[in-house]
Design a binder for this molecule. Structure first.
Ligand code: FAD
Length: 381
Protein backbone atom coordinates (compact mmCIF):
# COMPACT_ATOMS: atom_id res chain seq x y z
CA UNK A 1 0.00 0.00 0.00
CA UNK A 2 1.21 3.53 -0.78
CA UNK A 3 2.40 5.50 2.27
CA UNK A 4 1.07 9.03 2.19
CA UNK A 5 3.20 11.93 3.47
CA UNK A 6 1.25 15.19 3.71
CA UNK A 7 2.97 18.56 4.23
CA UNK A 8 0.78 21.54 5.14
CA UNK A 9 2.35 24.88 4.19
CA UNK A 10 4.76 25.59 1.33
CA UNK A 11 6.78 28.42 2.81
CA UNK A 12 10.50 27.97 3.48
CA UNK A 13 10.15 24.85 5.64
CA UNK A 14 7.48 23.02 3.65
CA UNK A 15 9.06 23.69 0.25
CA UNK A 16 12.59 22.68 1.29
CA UNK A 17 11.15 19.55 2.91
CA UNK A 18 9.08 18.57 -0.14
CA UNK A 19 12.05 18.94 -2.48
CA UNK A 20 14.32 17.07 -0.06
CA UNK A 21 11.84 14.16 0.14
CA UNK A 22 11.45 14.11 -3.65
CA UNK A 23 15.19 13.60 -3.89
CA UNK A 24 15.66 11.29 -0.90
CA UNK A 25 12.64 9.05 -1.68
CA UNK A 26 12.93 9.22 -5.48
CA UNK A 27 12.97 5.42 -5.86
CA UNK A 28 9.98 4.83 -3.56
CA UNK A 29 7.94 7.64 -5.14
CA UNK A 30 8.67 6.42 -8.66
CA UNK A 31 7.67 2.88 -7.64
CA UNK A 32 4.36 4.16 -6.21
CA UNK A 33 5.26 3.04 -2.67
CA UNK A 34 5.23 6.62 -1.33
CA UNK A 35 3.20 9.67 -2.27
CA UNK A 36 4.10 13.16 -1.01
CA UNK A 37 1.39 15.82 -1.13
CA UNK A 38 2.16 19.48 -0.40
CA UNK A 39 -0.73 21.84 0.43
CA UNK A 40 -0.47 25.61 0.31
CA UNK A 41 -3.26 28.16 0.36
CA UNK A 42 -1.45 30.48 -2.09
CA UNK A 43 -0.13 29.49 -5.54
CA UNK A 44 3.05 31.48 -4.82
CA UNK A 45 5.95 30.84 -2.49
CA UNK A 46 6.63 34.00 -0.48
CA UNK A 47 10.16 34.95 0.65
CA UNK A 48 9.53 37.41 3.49
CA UNK A 49 13.08 38.77 4.11
CA UNK A 50 12.62 40.94 0.98
CA UNK A 51 10.06 43.02 2.90
CA UNK A 52 12.78 44.62 5.07
CA UNK A 53 14.02 46.50 1.98
CA UNK A 54 10.61 47.55 0.59
CA UNK A 55 10.04 50.60 2.89
CA UNK A 56 13.39 52.06 1.77
CA UNK A 57 12.39 51.74 -1.89
CA UNK A 58 15.08 49.11 -2.53
CA UNK A 59 12.90 46.09 -3.35
CA UNK A 60 9.34 45.35 -4.47
CA UNK A 61 7.05 42.79 -2.77
CA UNK A 62 6.90 40.89 -6.11
CA UNK A 63 10.65 40.23 -5.72
CA UNK A 64 9.71 37.89 -2.86
CA UNK A 65 7.14 35.85 -4.85
CA UNK A 66 7.62 32.91 -7.20
CA UNK A 67 5.09 30.37 -8.46
CA UNK A 68 5.28 27.18 -6.38
CA UNK A 69 4.82 25.16 -9.56
CA UNK A 70 8.29 26.42 -10.64
CA UNK A 71 9.93 25.62 -7.29
CA UNK A 72 8.52 22.25 -6.33
CA UNK A 73 9.81 18.97 -7.79
CA UNK A 74 7.46 17.23 -10.26
CA UNK A 75 7.43 14.14 -8.04
CA UNK A 76 5.48 16.12 -5.43
CA UNK A 77 1.70 16.28 -5.65
CA UNK A 78 1.26 20.05 -5.19
CA UNK A 79 -2.24 21.19 -4.18
CA UNK A 80 -3.26 24.83 -3.91
CA UNK A 81 -5.87 24.55 -1.19
CA UNK A 82 -6.23 25.34 2.51
CA UNK A 83 -6.36 22.67 5.19
CA UNK A 84 -9.27 23.55 7.46
CA UNK A 85 -9.56 20.55 9.83
CA UNK A 86 -7.18 18.06 11.34
CA UNK A 87 -8.15 14.93 13.22
CA UNK A 88 -4.86 13.46 14.43
CA UNK A 89 -6.54 10.37 15.97
CA UNK A 90 -8.16 9.38 12.69
CA UNK A 91 -5.12 10.71 10.74
CA UNK A 92 -7.40 12.74 8.50
CA UNK A 93 -7.48 16.25 7.10
CA UNK A 94 -10.16 18.30 5.39
CA UNK A 95 -9.52 20.98 2.83
CA UNK A 96 -11.38 24.17 1.96
CA UNK A 97 -11.85 23.42 -1.73
CA UNK A 98 -11.21 19.72 -2.04
CA UNK A 99 -13.80 16.99 -1.95
CA UNK A 100 -13.84 14.64 1.01
CA UNK A 101 -11.18 13.62 3.47
CA UNK A 102 -7.40 13.34 3.04
CA UNK A 103 -5.76 10.41 4.85
CA UNK A 104 -2.13 10.60 5.92
CA UNK A 105 0.46 8.24 7.34
CA UNK A 106 2.96 11.02 8.12
CA UNK A 107 1.90 14.64 8.59
CA UNK A 108 4.19 17.70 8.70
CA UNK A 109 2.79 21.04 9.81
CA UNK A 110 4.75 23.96 8.34
CA UNK A 111 2.04 26.60 8.52
CA UNK A 112 4.19 29.54 9.67
CA UNK A 113 3.10 32.67 11.53
CA UNK A 114 0.17 35.02 11.12
CA UNK A 115 -0.09 38.63 12.31
CA UNK A 116 -2.62 39.55 14.99
CA UNK A 117 -2.62 43.39 15.20
CA UNK A 118 -6.28 43.34 16.29
CA UNK A 119 -5.22 42.11 19.74
CA UNK A 120 -3.98 45.63 20.63
CA UNK A 121 -6.63 48.37 20.31
CA UNK A 122 -5.67 51.04 17.78
CA UNK A 123 -2.70 49.12 16.38
CA UNK A 124 -4.23 48.16 13.02
CA UNK A 125 -5.30 51.78 12.32
CA UNK A 126 -2.19 53.53 13.60
CA UNK A 127 0.79 51.32 13.14
CA UNK A 128 2.74 50.56 10.00
CA UNK A 129 4.65 47.33 9.69
CA UNK A 130 7.07 45.69 7.30
CA UNK A 131 5.90 42.19 8.26
CA UNK A 132 3.43 41.88 5.37
CA UNK A 133 3.44 42.89 1.72
CA UNK A 134 0.70 45.50 2.19
CA UNK A 135 2.27 46.78 5.40
CA UNK A 136 5.69 47.24 3.80
CA UNK A 137 4.19 49.09 0.82
CA UNK A 138 2.09 51.41 3.02
CA UNK A 139 5.14 52.11 5.18
CA UNK A 140 7.16 52.97 2.07
CA UNK A 141 4.60 55.65 1.15
CA UNK A 142 4.94 57.37 4.52
CA UNK A 143 8.65 56.78 5.10
CA UNK A 144 9.67 58.23 1.74
CA UNK A 145 7.67 61.38 2.54
CA UNK A 146 8.95 61.68 6.13
CA UNK A 147 11.52 64.45 6.64
CA UNK A 148 11.19 65.47 10.29
CA UNK A 149 9.73 64.16 13.55
CA UNK A 150 9.81 60.98 15.64
CA UNK A 151 9.99 57.56 13.96
CA UNK A 152 9.21 54.94 16.58
CA UNK A 153 9.99 51.27 15.95
CA UNK A 154 8.02 49.35 18.56
CA UNK A 155 8.19 45.60 19.08
CA UNK A 156 4.66 45.01 20.31
CA UNK A 157 4.43 41.25 20.21
CA UNK A 158 6.88 38.49 20.97
CA UNK A 159 7.65 35.83 19.79
CA UNK A 160 7.77 37.21 16.28
CA UNK A 161 9.39 36.26 12.96
CA UNK A 162 13.08 37.09 12.57
CA UNK A 163 14.03 38.51 15.99
CA UNK A 164 16.84 40.46 14.29
CA UNK A 165 14.55 42.38 11.91
CA UNK A 166 13.48 45.16 14.34
CA UNK A 167 17.14 45.85 15.17
CA UNK A 168 17.94 45.85 11.46
CA UNK A 169 15.15 48.31 10.71
CA UNK A 170 16.32 50.66 13.50
CA UNK A 171 19.94 50.57 12.30
CA UNK A 172 18.90 50.98 8.66
CA UNK A 173 16.48 53.85 9.24
CA UNK A 174 19.10 55.71 11.30
CA UNK A 175 21.69 55.34 8.54
CA UNK A 176 19.17 56.08 5.77
CA UNK A 177 18.18 59.44 7.27
CA UNK A 178 21.84 60.19 8.03
CA UNK A 179 22.91 59.53 4.43
CA UNK A 180 20.09 61.78 3.19
CA UNK A 181 21.19 64.62 5.51
CA UNK A 182 17.94 64.48 7.52
CA UNK A 183 19.06 62.74 10.71
CA UNK A 184 19.23 65.99 12.73
CA UNK A 185 15.53 66.52 12.02
CA UNK A 186 14.46 62.94 12.64
CA UNK A 187 14.47 61.22 16.03
CA UNK A 188 14.79 57.44 15.87
CA UNK A 189 13.18 55.64 18.81
CA UNK A 190 13.21 51.89 19.58
CA UNK A 191 11.00 50.13 22.12
CA UNK A 192 11.13 46.53 23.34
CA UNK A 193 8.80 44.65 25.71
CA UNK A 194 11.39 43.31 28.19
CA UNK A 195 14.22 45.01 30.14
CA UNK A 196 16.73 44.82 27.28
CA UNK A 197 16.75 45.59 23.54
CA UNK A 198 16.49 42.00 22.32
CA UNK A 199 15.17 38.66 23.60
CA UNK A 200 18.60 37.05 23.44
CA UNK A 201 20.87 38.58 26.13
CA UNK A 202 24.04 38.16 24.02
CA UNK A 203 22.54 39.98 21.04
CA UNK A 204 21.06 42.65 23.35
CA UNK A 205 24.46 43.23 24.94
CA UNK A 206 25.99 43.70 21.48
CA UNK A 207 23.21 45.89 20.01
CA UNK A 208 22.53 48.34 22.83
CA UNK A 209 25.90 50.17 22.75
CA UNK A 210 25.60 50.53 18.94
CA UNK A 211 22.17 52.09 19.40
CA UNK A 212 23.49 54.50 22.03
CA UNK A 213 26.48 55.44 19.86
CA UNK A 214 24.14 56.24 16.95
CA UNK A 215 21.75 58.32 19.03
CA UNK A 216 18.85 55.87 18.79
CA UNK A 217 16.55 56.54 21.75
CA UNK A 218 15.84 53.26 23.52
CA UNK A 219 12.86 52.44 25.77
CA UNK A 220 12.75 48.95 27.27
CA UNK A 221 9.93 47.27 29.22
CA UNK A 222 7.35 48.84 26.90
CA UNK A 223 4.19 46.76 26.49
CA UNK A 224 1.53 48.51 24.45
CA UNK A 225 -1.91 48.45 26.01
CA UNK A 226 -3.38 50.54 23.22
CA UNK A 227 -2.35 52.88 20.48
CA UNK A 228 -4.13 56.23 20.21
CA UNK A 229 -4.01 57.15 16.51
CA UNK A 230 -5.46 60.67 17.11
CA UNK A 231 -3.04 61.64 19.88
CA UNK A 232 -0.26 59.63 18.14
CA UNK A 233 0.80 57.89 21.34
CA UNK A 234 1.53 54.39 22.54
CA UNK A 235 -0.17 53.91 25.90
CA UNK A 236 1.70 51.23 27.82
CA UNK A 237 0.70 48.65 30.43
CA UNK A 238 3.48 50.14 32.56
CA UNK A 239 1.60 53.47 32.64
CA UNK A 240 3.80 55.42 30.20
CA UNK A 241 2.86 57.29 27.08
CA UNK A 242 5.26 57.38 24.11
CA UNK A 243 4.77 59.96 21.32
CA UNK A 244 5.30 59.16 17.68
CA UNK A 245 4.93 60.87 14.34
CA UNK A 246 5.50 57.68 12.36
CA UNK A 247 4.88 54.38 14.13
CA UNK A 248 6.44 51.18 12.80
CA UNK A 249 5.45 48.11 14.78
CA UNK A 250 6.23 44.44 14.92
CA UNK A 251 2.64 43.29 15.51
CA UNK A 252 1.74 40.38 17.80
CA UNK A 253 1.99 37.01 16.03
CA UNK A 254 0.05 33.75 16.27
CA UNK A 255 0.08 30.43 14.50
CA UNK A 256 -2.92 29.14 12.55
CA UNK A 257 -6.27 28.21 14.22
CA UNK A 258 -6.10 24.68 12.83
CA UNK A 259 -3.39 23.78 15.34
CA UNK A 260 -5.12 24.99 18.49
CA UNK A 261 -8.39 23.45 17.29
CA UNK A 262 -6.64 20.10 16.81
CA UNK A 263 -5.30 20.31 20.38
CA UNK A 264 -1.65 20.37 19.28
CA UNK A 265 -0.57 23.55 21.07
CA UNK A 266 -1.55 27.00 22.28
CA UNK A 267 -1.81 30.08 20.08
CA UNK A 268 -1.31 28.00 16.96
CA UNK A 269 2.26 26.86 17.80
CA UNK A 270 2.74 23.09 17.90
CA UNK A 271 4.26 21.63 21.08
CA UNK A 272 7.14 19.46 19.85
CA UNK A 273 10.14 17.60 21.12
CA UNK A 274 12.80 20.22 20.44
CA UNK A 275 15.23 17.62 19.02
CA UNK A 276 13.01 15.20 17.06
CA UNK A 277 10.40 17.86 16.10
CA UNK A 278 7.63 15.31 16.73
CA UNK A 279 4.37 16.74 18.06
CA UNK A 280 3.95 15.84 21.71
CA UNK A 281 0.14 15.45 21.48
CA UNK A 282 -0.16 13.28 18.35
CA UNK A 283 1.44 10.28 16.64
CA UNK A 284 3.18 10.61 13.25
CA UNK A 285 2.91 14.39 13.25
CA UNK A 286 5.93 16.66 12.88
CA UNK A 287 6.07 20.45 12.97
CA UNK A 288 8.85 22.65 11.68
CA UNK A 289 9.73 26.29 11.12
CA UNK A 290 7.74 29.04 12.81
CA UNK A 291 4.97 26.58 13.73
CA UNK A 292 7.20 24.38 15.89
CA UNK A 293 7.49 25.63 19.45
CA UNK A 294 11.16 24.85 20.08
CA UNK A 295 12.22 28.12 21.71
CA UNK A 296 14.61 28.98 18.85
CA UNK A 297 13.94 32.08 16.68
CA UNK A 298 11.18 32.02 14.10
CA UNK A 299 13.59 32.23 11.17
CA UNK A 300 13.85 30.83 7.67
CA UNK A 301 17.27 29.36 8.44
CA UNK A 302 15.71 27.37 11.29
CA UNK A 303 12.90 26.12 9.02
CA UNK A 304 15.54 25.09 6.46
CA UNK A 305 17.68 23.11 8.92
CA UNK A 306 14.62 21.52 10.52
CA UNK A 307 13.31 20.45 7.10
CA UNK A 308 16.49 18.40 6.58
CA UNK A 309 16.01 16.66 9.92
CA UNK A 310 12.32 15.86 9.30
CA UNK A 311 13.11 14.60 5.78
CA UNK A 312 15.72 12.18 7.16
CA UNK A 313 13.38 10.99 9.91
CA UNK A 314 10.44 10.37 7.56
CA UNK A 315 12.67 8.62 5.00
CA UNK A 316 14.03 6.32 7.74
CA UNK A 317 10.52 5.55 8.92
CA UNK A 318 9.29 4.77 5.40
CA UNK A 319 12.21 2.37 4.95
CA UNK A 320 11.50 0.68 8.30
CA UNK A 321 14.69 1.95 9.94
CA UNK A 322 15.00 3.84 13.24
CA UNK A 323 14.86 7.61 12.78
CA UNK A 324 18.03 9.02 14.31
CA UNK A 325 18.41 12.54 12.84
CA UNK A 326 17.86 15.30 15.39
CA UNK A 327 17.77 19.10 15.34
CA UNK A 328 20.48 20.80 17.42
CA UNK A 329 18.94 24.29 17.51
CA UNK A 330 21.09 25.58 14.65
CA UNK A 331 20.18 29.15 13.69
CA UNK A 332 21.98 31.41 11.26
CA UNK A 333 21.27 35.05 10.70
CA UNK A 334 22.74 38.08 8.95
CA UNK A 335 21.91 41.33 10.77
CA UNK A 336 21.94 44.56 8.74
CA UNK A 337 23.63 47.23 10.90
CA UNK A 338 23.11 50.05 8.38
CA UNK A 339 22.35 50.51 4.69
CA UNK A 340 25.67 48.98 3.59
CA UNK A 341 27.06 46.90 6.44
CA UNK A 342 25.91 43.84 8.37
CA UNK A 343 26.85 41.45 11.15
CA UNK A 344 26.32 37.69 11.31
CA UNK A 345 25.41 35.20 14.03
CA UNK A 346 25.30 31.42 14.17
CA UNK A 347 24.20 29.56 17.29
CA UNK A 348 22.45 26.44 18.58
CA UNK A 349 20.96 24.98 21.77
CA UNK A 350 24.43 24.71 23.35
CA UNK A 351 26.36 27.65 21.84
CA UNK A 352 25.21 31.23 22.40
CA UNK A 353 25.40 33.83 19.60
CA UNK A 354 28.44 36.05 19.26
CA UNK A 355 27.74 38.71 16.58
CA UNK A 356 30.58 39.24 14.08
CA UNK A 357 32.00 42.76 13.66
CA UNK A 358 29.83 44.60 11.10
CA UNK A 359 31.31 44.81 7.61
CA UNK A 360 30.39 45.62 4.03
CA UNK A 361 31.31 42.05 3.04
CA UNK A 362 28.67 40.64 5.41
CA UNK A 363 26.07 43.05 3.99
CA UNK A 364 26.82 41.77 0.48
CA UNK A 365 26.71 38.20 1.80
CA UNK A 366 23.19 38.85 3.07
CA UNK A 367 22.10 40.33 -0.27
CA UNK A 368 23.72 37.41 -2.14
CA UNK A 369 21.95 34.92 0.09
CA UNK A 370 18.63 36.65 -0.67
CA UNK A 371 19.28 36.16 -4.39
CA UNK A 372 20.42 32.55 -4.06
CA UNK A 373 17.46 31.73 -1.79
CA UNK A 374 15.46 30.51 -4.79
CA UNK A 375 18.04 27.76 -5.35
CA UNK A 376 17.86 26.85 -1.65
CA UNK A 377 14.08 26.52 -1.82
CA UNK A 378 14.46 24.20 -4.83
CA UNK A 379 16.90 22.10 -2.80
CA UNK A 380 19.85 22.96 -5.04
CA UNK A 381 21.95 24.68 -2.32
C1 FAD B 1 10.46 41.23 7.41
C2 FAD B 1 10.97 39.85 7.65
C3 FAD B 1 12.32 39.60 7.50
C4 FAD B 1 12.82 38.33 7.74
N1 FAD B 1 14.16 38.10 7.58
C5 FAD B 1 14.67 36.88 7.82
C6 FAD B 1 16.06 36.63 7.64
O1 FAD B 1 16.84 37.52 7.26
N2 FAD B 1 16.53 35.38 7.90
C7 FAD B 1 15.70 34.37 8.32
O2 FAD B 1 16.18 33.26 8.55
N3 FAD B 1 14.36 34.58 8.49
C8 FAD B 1 13.83 35.79 8.24
N4 FAD B 1 12.48 36.02 8.39
C9 FAD B 1 11.62 34.95 8.96
C10 FAD B 1 11.19 33.92 7.91
O3 FAD B 1 10.60 34.54 6.81
C11 FAD B 1 10.22 32.93 8.54
O4 FAD B 1 10.70 32.50 9.77
C12 FAD B 1 10.02 31.74 7.60
O5 FAD B 1 9.31 32.16 6.47
C13 FAD B 1 9.31 30.61 8.30
O6 FAD B 1 9.14 29.56 7.40
P1 FAD B 1 7.90 28.55 7.59
O7 FAD B 1 8.04 27.55 6.51
O8 FAD B 1 7.82 28.12 8.99
O9 FAD B 1 6.61 29.46 7.35
P2 FAD B 1 6.19 30.38 6.09
O10 FAD B 1 7.36 30.66 5.22
O11 FAD B 1 5.45 31.53 6.67
O12 FAD B 1 5.19 29.47 5.29
C14 FAD B 1 3.96 29.02 5.81
C15 FAD B 1 3.08 28.66 4.62
O13 FAD B 1 1.94 27.91 5.06
C16 FAD B 1 0.79 28.36 4.37
N5 FAD B 1 -0.36 27.96 5.20
C17 FAD B 1 -0.66 28.37 6.45
N6 FAD B 1 -1.75 27.74 6.91
C18 FAD B 1 -2.16 26.90 5.91
C19 FAD B 1 -3.25 25.98 5.79
N7 FAD B 1 -4.12 25.79 6.79
N8 FAD B 1 -3.40 25.29 4.62
C20 FAD B 1 -2.50 25.48 3.60
N9 FAD B 1 -1.46 26.34 3.66
C21 FAD B 1 -1.29 27.04 4.82
C22 FAD B 1 1.03 29.86 4.26
O14 FAD B 1 0.25 30.47 3.26
C23 FAD B 1 2.52 29.88 3.90
O15 FAD B 1 2.73 29.74 2.51
C24 FAD B 1 11.94 37.27 8.14
C25 FAD B 1 10.57 37.53 8.28
C26 FAD B 1 10.09 38.80 8.05
C27 FAD B 1 8.61 39.06 8.20
Amino acid sequence: MTEHVVIVGAGTGGTVLANDLADRLEREIDAGDVEVTLYNDDPDHVYKPVWLYVPFGLREPEDGRRALSDLVDDRIDLRIDRITDLDSDAKELRTRDGAGTVRYDHLVLATGSTLAPETVPGLAEAGHDFYSEDGAEALREDLLAFEEGRVVLSVVGSPHMCPAAPLEFAFMVDDWFRKRGLRDDVEVVYTYPIQRVHGNPHIAEWAEPIMKERGIEVHTFVNAEEIDPDAETIETMEGDSIDYDLLVTIPPHAGVDLIAEAGLGDEGWVDVDSHTLEATAAEDVYALGDTADTGVPKAGSVAHYQAGVVAQRIASDVRGRPATATYDGKTLCFIETGMDEASFVEFDYETPPSPAPPSTALHWSKLSYNESYWLTARGLL
